[in-house]
Write a protein that binds this ligand. Sequence first.
Ligand code: HEM
Length: 352
Amino acid sequence: MPDPSQSQPRSPLASLAIIAAVIAVGAAAFAYTAGWFSPDRLTPTRLVGALAPPDGPALGHRRNHAKGICFTGMFEASGNGTALSRATAFVAGQYPVVGRFNLGTPDPNATDATVRVRGIGVQISTPDGEVWRMAMIDPPIFPVSTPQAFYELLEASKSKDPEVMKAFAAAHPEFAAFGKWATTAPWTASYAEVAFNSLNAFIFTDSAGADHAVRWSLVPQAQVTPISGSDLEKLGPNHLEEDITNRVGNAPQRWTMVLTEGEASDPTSDPTKSWPPERKTVQAGTLIVQKIEAEADGPCRDINFDPTILPDGIEVSDDPFPAARSAAYAKSYDLRTSEASYYPRTAGSTKP
Ligand code: HEM
């Protein structure tokens, strides 16, 4: 008697049909992910595409914050941050850092005084193998509340018709606070004098398992000397990189990491809304920038400062930005690292 558990051999045609069906499902999944079925859906490809200037992106470079300079140093944790998070980076000690000062522009050759937003990428590594990456900027609030609105802002700001930007601002009243900062905040002539803000809120979990909503800042320990945009322009197109190279060459530069704990009434999902200034803060430690490194093919080039790369003890909140940023940064990273003949290298370097 035949064994009923043994099935009959499948015909070659049926096998081919199954293979074709598997390939079709896979292709459909890729097409869905790429947004081909829903051209209006906000995909990383569309977000990154919207960052590109009208004459196209600078190939081989970050699709935003393309102008920058790399550094190495350490994070010296005070131990106070352990009140909010069990992340090892907050246990008193010194942890190696790779970071990058940068300007919020898709143009790696932009003149310093033409770029209002300054940023910093930081990676802190701890001996237990945990890594914390962050990318922060100097405005105290983000211009818009959602990734979709950020896409619309990018599109509107590229229009030659001034009415388009006016219509955007009218439809997004939350944009006004950023607009005010961008037009009235003083400039400084040094990255060492810039305060950088996470803006996005994250959930910190302490060693007892309690959660805390946190935003954080890196506050400069250097004396801040405000200057006008036109005075910055007079210092030259690449003053910020020259200045930070000289300063760090003379002495390490320091920023205090200040954690701000939100209360239940403070919005965690909207980076356009600042939290009341009286909120409890904790000085978690000091970022010490010890060495300026080559931008072209130094230790930052191959790092994606994805803000969702978080150690145990820190998680994303209901803020929609980190997930959208993670997907867009990965897209940018894939593009720039695959543009092999444009990928930055210092002259004569053998680094791939
Ligand atoms: C949906 C909103 C956003 C999009 C689409 C976006 C897009 C990007 C892209 C494509 C890059 C280049 C990534 C790479 O190639 O490695 C980048 C870098 C950066 N972004 Fe964003 N970004 C967004 C929001 C933000 C926010 C809210 C902040 C700060 C709070 C921020 C700060 C930075 C910084 C500092 C860098 C440079 C990091 C580095 O040196 O590699 N971005 N962004």
